[in-house]
Design a protein around this ligand. Structure first.
Ligand code: HEC
Length: 321
């Protein structure tokens, strides 16, 4: 087979590969890896191309043999010329871009000084360079007008704008992907659906140790205000996901329950708060009072401030003495 035919087949193979990729619209991995049947499709395309090349080639050969000797030699001559000129356009473009004079016309541009036999050619600036230079001038004018005359957005503003858009997108995504929670982002679920699901999970997995009403047995009482691992929702999420203290019997449930399910069952446990079921287990752990985090911070600030003023007082006293 002629090398040009092989070249054509390679190009078609590459193009069809990208076409398959674009049509299947997979992200990350190559489509051929994800759906191996596409490899067959691709091979079929290549085989089809090979078949076309072979049949066109043999058709040409038959036609060639049907010519008389003179026509044959004329045909061969034409072929040879076409072959020789096949890539001539590449060289023409290259010469245009570089603005090179042909060696025989160099005499026209030689300068008439001569330094110890070294002569100088007065070549034009290479067009690729010259037009590139013009392009930068146009760019500079457009840029100046856009950003300095009409006060276009600065990089900082563009960044902030993109950030705002991205944050909105994340927000949207979180709304649709409820299961995307962990101990730090879990929020109390209040939908009847979620609580029902939480109840079902609790009744199949947890009642053996915590009792159906949460009063406690092997496991601690879940209805009071005292918690071993902390009473916030994220503390509960953590315990259910990762398990209690070693050897106490509360296993990690992260392999059996999905994040959303853990959030559901934790929210369900929250509904036990203050129900006071009969003969519940005695309180264990520390008293937990629900507090908004900001308030905690405020309180901490106040404590620090009183300490400061006390110090200052002491200083004052010392000065007075
Ligand atoms: C085999 C018995 C057992 C099962 C089953 C069990 N737990 Fe526990 N659970 C315990 C024990 C024991 C503790 C105390 C752990 C400790 O002391 O660290 C505990 C602690 C907890 C705590 C923290 C209580 C606190 O005071 O901080 C929560 C919340 C909890 N379990 C929820 C669940 C949920 C939800 C399930 C079902 C998915 C479950 N448990 C299943 C035995 C169990």
């Amino acid at each position: 087979m002629k090398s040009i035919a092989v070249f054509r087949i390679l190009i078609i193979a590459t193009l069809s590969l990208f076409l398959i990729e674009a049509i299947s619209g997979t992200e990350g991995q190559w489509a051929l890896m994800e759906t191996p049947i596409l490899i067959l499709v691709w091979i079929a395309i290549i085989l089809f191309m090979v078949a076309i090349e072979i049949s066109v080639n043999s058709l040409q050969r038959i036609l060639f043999h049907s010519l008389d000797a003179e026509a044959q030699s004329r045909y061969l001559e034409k072929e040879a010329v076409a072959e020789a000129n096949r890539f001539a356009w590449v060289y023409t473009i290259y010469r245009k871009l570089v603005g090179k004079k042909k060696a025989k016309t160099e005499a026209e541009i030689i300068l008439d000084h001569n330094y110890d036999g070294i002569k100088e050619l007065d070549n034009n600036l290479p067009p690729w360079w010259l037009y590139g230079f013009y392009a930068t001038i146009i760019f500079a004018v457009v840029y100046m007008v856009r950003y300095h005359v009409f006060d276009g957005p600065t990089q900082e503003e563009e960044y902030q704008r993109e950030l705002a858009v991205a944050e909105k997108e994340i927000e949207e995504y979180r709304k649709t992907a409820k299961g995307l929670v962990d101990a730090s982002t879990v929020e109390l679920l209040t939908d009847a659906e979620d609580l029902k699901a939480g109840k079902a999970i609790f009744e199949t997995n947890c009642v053996a140790c915590h009792r159906a009403d949460g009063g406690g047995g092997i496991g601690p009482n879940l209805t009071d205000d005292y918690w071993i691992a902390g009473g916030s929702l994220s503390n509960m999420y953590e315990v259910i996901s990762e398990g209690g203290r070693p050897g106490k019997g509360m296993i990690a449930w992260k392999n059996d329950l999905k994040p959303l399910q853990i959030a559901q069952v934790a929210s369900y446990i929250k509904t036990f708060q203050g129900t006071n079921p009969p003969d519940a287990k005695e309180a264990e752990g520390d008293l937990y009072v629900e507090k908004a985090p900001e308030k905690l911070e405020e309180a901490a600030d106040k404590v620090e401030q009183t300490e400061l003023t006390e110090e200052q007082l002491e200083d004052d006293v010392e000065i007075e003495q």
